[in-house]
Design a protein around this ligand. Structure first.
Ligand code: AP5
Length: 256
């Protein structure tokens, strides 16, 4: 019943997205690759979930399997901060405080990235949308591009999120992520790939984590309800080993 309503809303999205093209033929053109075969068009996968739910981890697994780029808004912003751009300096204040970066800064960077040729066949969105306004703006943008999204929500209990975030360590050189509790590096605090000393993200401190989780409840929950109301939300249990989460995502995408 739930799957039927997702299909209906996906069909409606495609019809609106493609205008003159009939919904049935649009579905054939835009069906994801796991339905039509590896050589065909992919689509867009939107990964939603609270801070620490494993969006980056699962994005990496999806990109390895399906060869479409990951667009992480957190990484786009951190890149601006690293390069010391005007935008990065402004965004940094919000990120360090555990608040959302305003749309006036966020949306132009995202739209610019999505206009690159590697995004033409599809992409994985990690960290966007985070508000109802961003969800509506993403719908409009994807309709223009004729790319129907699959909306995945990773669900993880709040008490576990604290451990996932406080235990996270990142390699500043290759960006590989570890977790001192669940996925430790082979040598303490050194990256397995290049031996660089691992660092903690400035927003992974306990007081900032609390604010990020608060922001998620207040700002992102309405976007999740927006997708749920339309029957487009696919819920995945993120509270299991990463390979099991990946398996559940693949099987739910395949059944859409
Ligand atoms: P962003 O970088 O997007 O952070 P986030 O959403 O808070 O998510 P995280 O990256 O912290 O967690 P994740 O879900 O990716 O988990 P991960 O896979 O790393 O955003 C940062 C900031 O940028 C925001 O606070 C905001 O200020 C700004 N921003 C970004 N996008 C914005 C937007 N659209 N609008 C406005 N502002 C925006 O996993 C976490 C840890 O757990 C890791 O250590 C990992 O190894 C481990 N792990 C993952 N899965 C498992 C598992 N299944 N079992 C065991 N361990 C696991």
């Amino acid at each position: 019943m739930q799957r039927e309503s997702r299909k209906v809303s996906r069909r409606r999205f495609l019809k609106e997205a493609t205008g003159a093209v009939g919904a049935a033929s649009a579905l054939t053109i835009l069906k994801p690759r796991w339905v039509r075969g590896a050589e065909k068009e992919f689509g867009v996968v939107v990964l939603l979930g609270p801070p620490g739910a494993g969006k980056s981890e699962q994005s990496r697994r999806l990109t390895a399997r399906h060869s479409i780029p990951i667009i992480s808004t957190g990484d786009l912003l951190r890149d601006q901060v690293r390069r010391g751009t005007q935008l990065g300096l402004q965004a940094d204040t919000y990120m360090k405080a555990g608040q959302l970066v305003p749309d006036s800064l966020m949306n132009p960077i995202l739209e610019d990235r999505l206009s690159q040729p590697d995004c033409a066949r599809g992409f994985i969105l990690d960290g966007y949308p985070r508000t109802l306004a961003q969800a509506e703006s993403l719908d409009a943008l994807l309709k223009r591009k004729g790319l129907p999204p699959h909306i995945i929500l990773l669900e993880v209990p709040t008490e576990r999120l604290f451990k996932l975030l406080t235990g996270r360590r990142i390699c500043p050189r290759c960006n590989r992520s570890y977790n001192i509790y669940f996925q430790p590096p082979q040598k303490e605090n050194l990256c397995d790939a290049d031996g660089t000393t691992l660092v903690q993200r400035p927003d992974d401190k306990e007081e900032v984590i609390r604010r990020r989780l608060d922001t998620y409840q207040k700002e992102t929950q309405p976007a999740i309800e927006y997708y749920a109301r339309q029957g487009r939300l696919v819920r995945v249990n993120g509270d299991q080993p990463p390979e099991k989460v990946a398996g559940e995502i693949e099987s739910k995408l395949a059944s859409q």
